[in-house]
Design a protein. Structure first.
Lengths: 750, 199
């Protein structure tokens, strides 16, 4: 083994240098034991050539030039197009399904049933049958000739009247008694100031611009699927299991997913559309493309669930939280699960705390995880509740957070954000009584806890160094737009000390080493150390060759700045790679378990602040500016990380002000299942946005990166709701904050 | 402001008189020995000729085929995306005679005789339009699915306005949805291009 391989204790520095304008460094020493053969740890003192700089997205040109081929864009000679027949009934049973006439229509090459007679129909949009033909016009014509009949049952799409729903009054306030708890009652009685309120959020759809679906092609029993997915390996297993009857096993299925047009949590499974696509291609003996249309995307591919949330709590004379009682009711679909809500846990210290949650089933498409599942909902309720409580206690919201927040990183972030945003001045500015335009500012914390998939060391990366000096880094995991390819390329180039242009990162083919699903912000922390390990191993092999060539000890050879060698004996990278021969250096790096020692911090912290301007006559809310500071462990690609944070803030504006799935109670059908009536924030709603990436050396593995999908999505809507509260002097406790709710809130306030 | 020219029948074809002559001018392949009187097309496929990125391209369409489907399925020009297919998102934006057009809301036949410009015209191997370059430089994308449409709307904004203000950019991009939230950086890319950056 190479002598540089650290197998014993390594001392590292974790934490972060003082934020700009602050005095105190938060640096600590740790002793870690890297696994045998792993790369030595990077820490807070590492000088990087590339990591943390503003590199361009490596596939940026492919995307901006329109050359990138998404699953939707894949085409083959003789490829057929397909569609799914959907149930118009919200609940019932399929009683008749006749496909023959459709199968005889011109241009139709395959028709498959996705339900059998007698099967339950569970929501409007449930898949009944699928048709493939030479073009979508003919397929649509054929779909109309399928005869499907249903036995209808009574349905319910309103979770507030579901079985087990809590008692609520006509304004949607929970009236049911809190379950008895003597400790809680005592804590509330002891509190100097108490508050009790009900909050509500509506269902949001993921609205990825590329819909679900893909292209399937069979060669004998081998199946290739180009799928718009967030989980190549998960979908591979799912399809193999579902197609067992077709003599398929996992080894005969390959998923391709190089470019994905967004997923946000909705694309973990291949789903019924994925299965239908494979069945049709099998039956038609031709490649088939099946992509959902926009209505199907809104109504059958999951959502961020709505919720009803009630909080009560109190503070003592010093303004410390002493009691925090919380219950929530989640808007689940027919599955009856997935509606849960998360709330911050770092404000309450040793206060009396209680939390409960119940999911309520309705006859609609069930929730799926969506960017920080449960968090934007719960943070909205909890942070607005805190502002209301602080207002009652006569404390500024920022002072209230500084007093109650128990996490040091965020305490620094609160102060930093307040400075950058101009919190004190903005908060002090009063609206003239009776003014039409009202301004206000609000804030919210964020937290997401994850340092990768340490339990899945099987995740790997292939690294190849070729004779011509080019380098490959490959993962079979997918990239739904977050920058994974760029991250892999940067880590690899950094480790090898070469120009980023020499490194080509490829993702999305299950022939390459396994990686996690793009969920829970786990991809970067899981794959960054594996990519580094792969590059580290490849480098060792190159150093052997160079050492032998130059007559210097291989274990002292260094790769840096495009040179490989020792002291005065150096080869340029291109020269060194010529020693490799026709077969490349080809190694597989792995994802070792996290170090045993305590990381600097086990989760990611953030703070956001927002300013709104409200037209009190029309009730129209505009977010004028936002500031966010976000930690994601080590920042690897700064520009891309910022994009993710800024994008999350815009999604937060959308969630706070615009988005709401509306189901027709009578038919169970979504009334706004398109982009005309389902409003997503556009360029005109864009606030002035600024973000600061807070790079922290966590010291949990050789890289110390954490993910960034979820963390910045947590705070935005809550900060906006608090700004609305400040501007109006009365809270709007129900998202989205549409003009009608603002006008009502003002009228009630008088 | 550019005024979109009337499409379908051009003034020139109208002046030429007979429907058959009009058909020839608009580039639709002559129907088999049609008797005098209006020519009908469909049902089913027939060939038309479109001018795309300066080149004549033949493609088979039905009368109900959209320009978007003709580009994507008929010509494998997949830069324009099908996102909503209802004119609500701008993902399918192309220029028709220099005007931003949602190709999902335009029948392929109606584009006959017009100059269609797609995202594919902005790069040729390593030669890339500065606007595209600046989209990369400013990281004006995440998943990238809205990006080709954004680039085309941005291009039109630049062509019409030269040095657009923020309000003008917001206006010109208001038909383009981006779920990943890249609007701010798209506007930076436009501004950088207007100031001569890139390349
Ligand atoms: S796909 Fe044409 S506007 Fe949405
Ligand atoms: S970059 Fe993903 S939709 Fe715009």
């Amino acid at each position: 083994m190479n002598a540089r391989t650290p197998q014993e204790d390594v001392k590292i520095t974790v934490g972060y240098k003082a934020l700009p304008g602050q005095k105190d460094d938060r640096l600590e020493q740790r002793t870690v034991q890297p696994a045998a053969g792993d790369a030595p740890p990077w820490d807070a003192t590492t000088q990087f050539a590339l990591v943390g700089t503003d590199v361009d997205r490596v596939d940026g040109l492919a995307k901006a030039s329109g050359r990138a081929k998404y699953s939707y864009d894949v085409t083959f000679p003789g490829m057929l197009q397909a569609m799914i027949l959907r149930s118009p009934v919200a609940r019932g049973k399929l009683t008749v399904l006749e496909l023959d006439e459709a199968a005889r229509m011109p241009g139709i090459q395959a028709v498959v049933a996705l339900k059998e007679i007698g099967n339950k129909v569970r929501f409007v949009g449930d898949a009944i049958a699928a048709v493939a033909g030479v073009n979508l016009h003919l397929v649509r014509d054929a779909i109309e000739r399928i005869r499907a009949e249903y036995e209808r049952e009574e349905h319910n799409v309103d979770y507030l009247v579901a079985n087990d729903a809590p008692m609520v009054d006509d304004k949607g306030l929970v009236t049911e008694d809190w379950p008895a708890d003597e400790g809680m009652t005592a804590a509330l009685l002891d509190a100097k100031v108490t508050h009790d309120a009900t909050y509500r959020v509506e269902v949001q759809t993921h609205s990825s611009l590329e819909t679900h679906g893909g292209v399937a092609r069979w060669t004998g029993n081998d199946l290739e699927v180009w799928l718009s997915t967030q989980a190549t390996f998960g979908c591979r297993g799912e399809l193999a299991r579902a197609l067992q009857g077709k003599k398929v096993d996992v080894g005969s299925v390959t998923i391709h997913s190089e470019f994905v047009g967004g997923g946000f949590g909705s694309k973990f499974g291949a789903g019924i559309e994925g299965l239908a696509l494979c069945l049709l291609a099998h039956a038609a003996k031709a490649p088939v493309k099946l992509m959902l249309d926009r209505f199907e995307e809104h109504t059958t591919t999951g959502n961020r669930p709505g919720a009803l949330m009630q909080a009560r709590g109190g503070v003592d004379a010093e303004g410390r939280i002493v009691a925090w009682d919380w219950r929530s009711f989640g808007h689940a679909g027919f599955s009856g699960s997935g509606g849960s809500v998360a709330v911050p846990n770092y404000y309450t210290g040793d206060a009396k705390v209680r939390r409960s949650h119940k999911d309520l089933a309705i006859d609609a498409d069930p929730p799926r995880p969506m960017r920080a599942p449960g968090h934007p909902q719960g943070w909205f309720g909890a942070e607005l509740f805190l502002d209301e409580l602080a207002a009652k206690a006569g404390v500024d919201p920022l002072a209230f957070r500084l007093q109650n927040d128990r996490e040091q990183i965020r305490l620094d972030q609160w102060r930093f954000a307040a400075e950058r945003f101009g919190w004190d001045a903005a908060r002090a500015r009063a609206n003239a009584p009776g003014a039409r335009m009202r301004r206000g500012v609000g804030l919210s914390s964020a937290r997401w806890g994850n340092l990768g998939n340490p339990g899945r060391p099987a995740h790997g990366i292939t690294c190849r160094i070729h004779q011509d000096g080019t380098v490959e880094t490959r993962s079979g995991a997918q990239e739904p737009g977050v920058g994974t390819k760029t991250m892999l390329a940067v880590i690899t180039a950094e480790e090898l000390g070469v120009d980023l242009k020499l490194v080509k990162a490829t993702v999305g083919h299950t022939g390459d080493p396994s990686g996690p699903a793009s969920g829970g912000s786990t991809v970067t922390p899981s794959l960054a150390p594996a990519a580094r390990h792969a590059a580290f191993l490849a480098k060792q092999q190159l150093c052997e060759l160079v050492g032998k060539h130059l007559g210097v000890p291989a274990n002292e050879v260094v790769c840096a700045g495009g040179l490989v060698g020792l002291g005065k004996s150096q080869l340029r990278w291109a020269e060194a790679c010529k020693l490799i021969g026709p077969n490349p250096i080809d190694v597989r790096g792995q994802r070792f378990a996290n170090y045993d020692s305590k990381p600097f911090h086990g989760s990611q912290c953030g703070v956001q602040m927002a300013e709104v301007e409200i037209d009190a006559w029309t009730g129209f809310v505009r977010v004028t500016r936002m500031f966010g500071i976000q930690d994601c462990g080590l920042v690897i690609t700064r520009k891309l990380a910022e994009s993710q944070v800024l994008g999350a803030m815009i999604q937060g504006v959308s969630y706070a002000l615009h988005e709401q799935r509306i189901l027709d109670k009578r038919t169970g059908r979504m009334l706004n299942g398109d982009f005309l009536r389902y409003k997503v924030t556009g360029a005109r709603d864009l606030p002035e946005l600024e973000c600061h990436m807070h790079s922290i050396a966590n010291g949990h593995d050789s890289v110390g990166a954490a993910g960034l999908g979820e963390p910045p999505s947590v705070a935005s809507a809550a900060a906006i709701a608090n700004a609305v509260f400040h501007a109006l002097g009365t809270p709007v406790r129900h998202l989205p904050i549409t003009p009608d709710k603002v006008v009502q809130a003002l009228a009630k306030k008088g | 402001m550019t005024v979109p020219p009337d499409r379908g029948f051009s003034r020139r074809s109208f002046l030429k008189g007979s429907a058959a002559a009009g058909v020839a001018t608009t580039g639709i392949a002559a129907a088999p020995a049609a008797p005098a009187g209006p020519t009908t097309f469909g049902p089913g496929l027939h060939e038309i000729e479109l001018r795309i990125n300066g080149k004549a391209r033949k493609v088979e369409v039905e009368t109900r085929t959209t320009l978007l489907d003709a580009l994507r399925d008929g010509l494998d020009l997949t830069g324009a995306k099908k996102v909503c297919d209802r004119g609500a998102c701008g993902g399918c934006t192309v220029l028709v005679d220099g005007v931003t057009t949602t190709s999902c809301m335009t029948l392929a036949m109606d584009a006959v005789g017009s100059e269609v410009t797609t995202i594919e015209s902005l790069s040729d191997g390593d030669a890339v339009h500065p606007l595209v370059q600046n989209f990369v430089r400013c990281d004006a994308m995440q998943c990238g699915f809205c990006t080709p449409g954004m680039v085309m709307s941005s291009l039109s904004c630049l062509q019409r306005r030269g040095q657009p203000t923020v309000a003008q950019m917001q206006h010109d991009l208001s038909g383009n949805l981006c779920r990943c939230g890249t609007y701010g950086r798209v506007m930076q890319a436009i501004q950088r291009t207007a100031q001569g950056g890139g390349k």
